[in-house]
Design a protein around this ligand. Structure first.
Ligand code: FES
Length: 138
């Protein structure tokens, strides 16, 4: 009886993971700056974004915003909230696109839909990398 209970709890946990709320992006440490929101890459907490392919997120402007280092000199910032059903999306350095693990939607780095079921683009935010600072217009 107890084992059955554990089995059901494990199954429920697995189902939550499988149908959960998407990617688990590490939170970026941000500050308010003249351009909007800044991410200091000298802060060890943001080390993920010093590597090409690194992806982090932060909350601002009533949104959760994904920031990804797409090359040595470029970053992108998009809403991390999938327009299909609200899961958190993730940037794939392998494909160079933004993917949603919940139901397979895929977006270009400009937020446009490459594959459904999502049928609306992700909101794009202007993002620049200058020296060791990423600035996102929020
Ligand atoms: Fe992203 Fe369904 S929530 S594809």
């Amino acid at each position: 009886m107890v084992l059955e209970g554990i089995g059901i709890a494990a199954l429920a946990g697995w189902l939550l993971d499988a149908c959960g709320d998407g990617a688990d992006l590490p939170p970026a440490t941000t500050s308010t700056c003249s351009g909007g929101t800044c991410i200091d890459l000298t802060d060890a907490a943001n080390a993920t974004l010093t590597q090409v392919g690194g992806t982090m997120a932060f909350d601002a402007d009533g949104d959760t915003i994904l920031v990804a280092r797409t090359s040595a000199t470029e970053v992108i910032a998009l809403s991390a909230v999938c327009t299909h059903a609200g899961c958190i999306v993730d940037y794939s350095a392998t494909t160079g696109n933004v993917e949603c693990e919940c139901h397979g939607s895929e977006f270009a780095t400009d937020g446009s839909v490459l594959r459904g079921p999502a049928d609306r683009p992700l909101k794009m935010y202007a993002a620049t990398l200058s020296g060791t600072t990423i600035t996102i217009t929020t």
